[in-house]
Ligand binder design. Sequence first.
Ligand code: GTP
Ligand code: MG
Length: 202
Amino acid sequence: MIIHSADFVMSNTEVDKCPAPVLPEYAFIGRSNVGKSSLINMLVEKKNLALTSGKPGKTQLINHFIINQQWYLVDLPGYGYAKTSKTNRSKWQDMIADYLLERPNLVTLFVLVDIRHELQKIDEEFLQWAGESQIPLCIVLTKADKLKRSEVQKYAAAIRRGLKHTWEFLPRMIISSAEMKTGREDILDFIEECNADFKSGT
Ligand code: GTP
Ligand code: MG
């Protein structure tokens, strides 16, 4: 798929105020600092469309970007960001849960996991909740450039093994690097297929 345009639309704290749910939409979630905003920028080939930072907790709102005037990418805050009050944390959780459960045009939620680390408890808990909530998922393993080429499959297999404890059928899994543009075509091809299904109502 060719990206002709990618523009910021709006930031929100409430699902009701998000753009009218008529276009297909793809959201990105995962632990803080896992590379959600960087992956969005890599997909659309714009350096600073989504704001990134070396410090966790950069993205704090539901951010909509419109792509090719036809579909949305949504950058979400990370889970597991410790440096905030408990009240704040649960506000975030409610905001994210409301968005994920009440957005009828959410076609797929990309759940990002750092390829270098085995699944952490918070990833497992989130995936379990999302699976039980029947949110369509695709797992993206990020920062593959941080591993030697020969190690990538080994680390991906370890994450797959971890998931098999609780998942009978594993969600689709894509290996990525925002630095090297790894996984870009796979993710965009997948979105293109989903967009076609959305249009035909299947
Ligand atoms: P929050 O918004 O805080 O939840 O974080 P995020 O998941 O959006 O992460 P972000 O994209 O801001 O990236 C966090 C840090 O990881 C930044 O310093 C990025 O440059 C770095 N990073 C992201 N993706 C990659 C990648 O594929 N490879 C490498 N080497 N670094 C990456
Ligand atoms: Mg971010």
